[in-house]
Design a protein around this ligand. Structure first.
Ligand SMILES: Cc1cc2nc3c(=O)[nH]c(=O)nc-3n(C[C@H](O)[C@H](O)[C@H](O)COP(=O)(O)OP(=O)(O)OC[C@H]3O[C@@H](n4cnc5c(N)ncnc54)[C@H](O)[C@@H]3O)c2cc1C
Length: 442
């Protein structure tokens, strides 16, 4: 089996992996970015989620100013994040996001992007990953080695292959949030809606109410197994399409391929049922489903146990940490594992909390960093930082830490001071709080 060597190996090319790769390459380290799908983008592209979730404190100040801003510039100019009735709903188009990722990655020759490349094994010694085994869709198998490995698989697949400790599901019954197949409808007639401008918060809320009437009819007729109480949807930025984030599949185990496949089948059926109910609304009579997301949207998977486990209390109290390397302002948002609606609880204090470096370090491992929603936290905390504003900041911090570890020839990622990570993040424009310490790259 042949071998390929890089400074940093990142597994998973969703928002966390891509932001990590960009951050590390901008610090002039070589990066291998592995993605098992044929295309990069992860959940935000292939499960199209639409909303650019809140990244502002309670006064409207952005607490994520890093690569997230390069990916979603419109959210920094068009919206104040206050959810006022006439304010534009900050959303994105998944095709444009995929292009934005590709453009940013193309500018970094130090990043080798390999799609159709699945990591299927890990060689490790004494709490240190030595290499990963990569199997390509073309039938090739090779080993990739590096100094630091980043788990950007969302579900903690790399860490689990290495044998790292993890948790799955909520305390008590181990259940996870519902999964969703999203879909897009176009060709509706806004003139037939109570509020034609669906790009504003008042417009989209009004549309949801109108459509919920038809959805409830469908439920009363026994026409769907979807257990959501109401319709959840978002406008595309051009106002011509609507993204429905409104199917609910219970009991999907993302660590089991058969469970994911069955969940996808159920989600597609629910999407078709919901679309047929929506077409009963006169404004949607001529509308059509333009797109059903090709990948089941899985909200929750393994949470790798790190040096610190972030809790709901940390999030809700707006806790500050000495080793902060990222921040998140999004509410705790749990889509009921039993299939009801979503429970949203706002972040207290100044409206955001710190994510400590220790939550990005897999416990007992010296060169394994967590760079996606699989960081170390409880079920409740995960429901907050899992959104793209949180994960992009996590990825950027993890990629920066990895590059600094390589520059310093550190045996353990713990030897990189959080203040140095903050120094580099701040130099790149990212929001940080706490002391900074100059990092020397030589
Ligand atoms: C239905 C739904 C609605 C949501 N709504 C919103 C929303 O409105 N706004 C928002 O900001 N967030 C939303 N989220 C959350 C958010 O989209 C995700 O949590 C976030 O995008 C996850 O990013 P990630 O980088 O952690 O993982 P992902 O984007 O999932 O990327 C992980 C990547 O790793 C790859 N991978 C996994 N295993 C391997 C392996 N062994 N080898 C190689 N590659 C591998 C996967 O193929 C995938 O591409 C929603 C999520 C869902 C499911």
């Amino acid at each position: 089996m042949h071998k390929q060597s890089y400074d940093i190996v990142i597994v998973g090319a969703g928002v966390g992996g891509i932001c990590a790769a960009l951050a590390a390459a901008r610090l002039r380290r070589s990066v291998l970015l592995l993605e098992e799908m044929e295309e990069i983008g992860g959940t935000g592209v292939h499960s199209a989620v639409s909303l650019i979730c809140s990244f502002r404190d309670k006064n409207g100040r952005p607490i994520n100013n890093g690569i997230h801003r390069e990916l979603f510039p419109q959210a920094y100019t068009e919206s104040k994040g206050l959810f006022e009735a006439d304010e534009t709903v900050p959303t994105y188009d998944e095709k444009q996001l995929k292009d934005a990722y590709a453009d940013l990655l193309r500018k970094e020759p130090r990043i080798a992007v390999r799609t159709g490349s699945r990591v299927t094994g890990v060689a490790a010694e004494s709490g240190r990953i030595v290499s990963v085994r990569v199997e390509t869709n073309g039938g090739e198998t090779y080993e990739a080695d590096g100094s630091v490995f980043l788990d950007a698989t969302a579900d903690g697949n790399l860490s689990a292959l290495a044998g790292a400790e993890f948790e799955l599901g909520r305390e008590g019954d181990g259940k996870m949030q519902t999964a969703t197949v999203t879909f897009k409808m176009i060709g509706f007639d806004p003139a037939l809606l109570h509020k034609p401008d669906v790009t504003t918060w008042s417009g989209i809320r009004s549309l949801r109410e109108e459509l919920t009437t038809y959805y409830k009819q469908l439920k009363e007729e026994g026409g769907t197994r979807n257990s959501r109480p109401s319709v959840l949807c978002f406008p595309y930025p051009d106002g011509k399409g609507i993204l429905f984030n409104s199917t609910a599949v219970t009991d999907v185990d993302p660590t089991n391929a058969a469970s994911v496949a069955a969940g996808m089948k159920e989600g597609v059926e629910q999407a078709q049922q919901l679309a047929s109910a929506i077409k009963r609304h006169p404004a949607f009579a001529a509308a059509e489903v333009e797109y059903i997301a090709p990948k089941l949207g899985v909200r929750e998977g393994r949470r790798i146990v790190g040096d610190y486990v972030l809790t709901a209390d940390d999030c809700l109290s707006g806790r500050a940490f000495d080793d902060m390397v990222a921040a998140c302002a999004y509410s705790i948002d749990i889509h009921d594992p039993l299939g009801g609606g979503a429970m949203l609880v706002k972040i207290g204090g100044s409206g955001y909390y710190h994510i400590p470096y220790r939550s990005l370090i897999a416990k007992g491992w010296s060169n394994l960093l967590l760079s996606s929603r699989c960081i170390s936290g409880t079920h409740e905390a995960h429901s907050s930082y899992r959104v793209m504003s949180g994960v992009s900041a996590i990825g950027e911090a993890a990629g920066t830490a990895a590059a600094l570890a390589v520059w310093a020839k550190a045996d353990d990622v713990r030897d990189v001071p959080a203040a140095q990570i903050r120094y580099v993040l701040q130099a790149g424009g990212q929001f940080v709080e706490g002391d900074v310490e100059k990092a020397t790259l030589r």
